[in-house]
Structures are given as C-alpha cells and as structure tokens.
Design a protein around this ligand. Structure first.
Ligand SMILES: [Zn+2]
Ligand SMILES: [Zn+2]
Length: 190
C-alpha cells in the first residue's frame, strides 16, 4: 500500500517552452502574461513582415500597393486569371532606399552574389530583418511608426483587431520597450 501525494502536473509554455502549472497558467497554455502577449504580438509581427510593405525594424512604410478598380483592369486587357491574384502596383515611399545584399552560396563554391534590393532608410537592408539596435536609435519615432503601422494594417484588413493606444503605450513602458509584447497588448487589450 502506498500513499500517493498528488503533485501538480507540469506542462510546457506554448511561447517560451518553459514549465508551467495548470493552476497558474495564463490564457490556457502560457506560463505568464508576458508570454501570452508576446505570442500574440509575434503572430501579428509575422503578418507585418510577410506583408512586405513595412520595415520590420523601424515599422515605417517602404512600399505602397495600389490596386486599380476592376473596371480599369479590364479596360487594360488584364486577363481574368491575373486579375484574380493581382495585388496591385507597388510604389516605394520616401523611406525606401536601394540596398546591396549578399547571397552567400552554401554549395561549397564560396561564391558570393551581390544584388540590389528595396531596403529601408533606417539601415535595414532586408526589410524582413529585425535589428534591435537600429530600432532603438530613435525610440520615440519607432513608437509612432509602429502605431501608424498597426492602424494602417487594421484598416486594410490585414490585422483583424483594432489597436488600443493606452494599452500600447502602457505595455511599452511596463516592459522597457518589448516591441513584440506591446504589439500583442495593443491588439488584445482587455
Ligand atoms: Zn512562457
Ligand atoms: Zn526601417
């Protein structure tokens, strides 16, 4: 006969992978509030990145997309199968700049291919990259541009949730500018 002492079962946090207990979990599967909102912020940030119109470092808009009305596309003889998938004409904004990127070959040939691409004037050559140092050069500006970015993406339907300014500012202050956390808090304000 053995006495079993019930011990709380330990699970894994969906965001940081650390241990969590059922009783103290946040949002079902996170170890902390920080992890919950970071997770949500990360999801939104990935959408910002895949959108390609925004710089993931400074959050300024580097490209705009304009889609003419259907009737105009038809009058331009754009075939139906193209019209169906056509996102729009792209234009660079004043924040865009020409950057030189390098593609290092991994096939053992040690060849380096240099090519030009649309970069951001903040210094990020690849607008999909996140450079913490560049982002922190002008935090006040970054706070503004991220706010504008979130609002613009909500308006055009890329983000399904409307950002909330108080929650956004508070989150930045509380977390000493954890940008990903602040995105999560802004979009999922209670
Ligand atoms: Zn966690
Ligand atoms: Zn930038």
């Amino acid at each position: 006969m053995s006495a079993t002492t019930p011990h709380p079962e330990t699970y894994t946090c969906r965001h940081c992978g650390g241990p969590r207990e059922q009783a103290t979990s946040v949002g079902g599967s996170f170890c902390s509030e920080r992890c919950l909102y970071q997770h949500r912020g990360e999801k939104a940030l990935r959408q910002i990145v895949s959108d390609h119109r925004w710089c993931a470092t400074c959050f300024r808009q580097i490209k705009t997309t304009h889609r003419p009305p259907e009737s105009e596309l038809r009058s331009m003889d754009v075939p139906r199968h193209i019209r169906d998938v056509f996102i729009g004409f792209q234009e660079r904004t004043e924040h865009a700049t020409e950057g030189v990127d390098i593609d290092e070959r991994t096939d053992g040939s040690s060849r380096r291919i240099e090519y030009t691409r649309t970069s951001c004037s903040c210094g990020a050559v690849d607008p999909c990259d996140r450079h913490e140092v560049l982002r922190e050069l002008d935090p006040a500006e970054t706070i503004q541009s991220l706010w504008r970015c979130l609002n613009s993406l909500e308006r055009d339907g890329t983000l399904q949730r409307r950002p909330e300014k108080d929650a956004y500012i508070e989150a930045l202050r509380d977390s000493d500018r954890d940008w990903v956390y602040a995105i999560g808090r802004a979009l999922y304000a209670e």
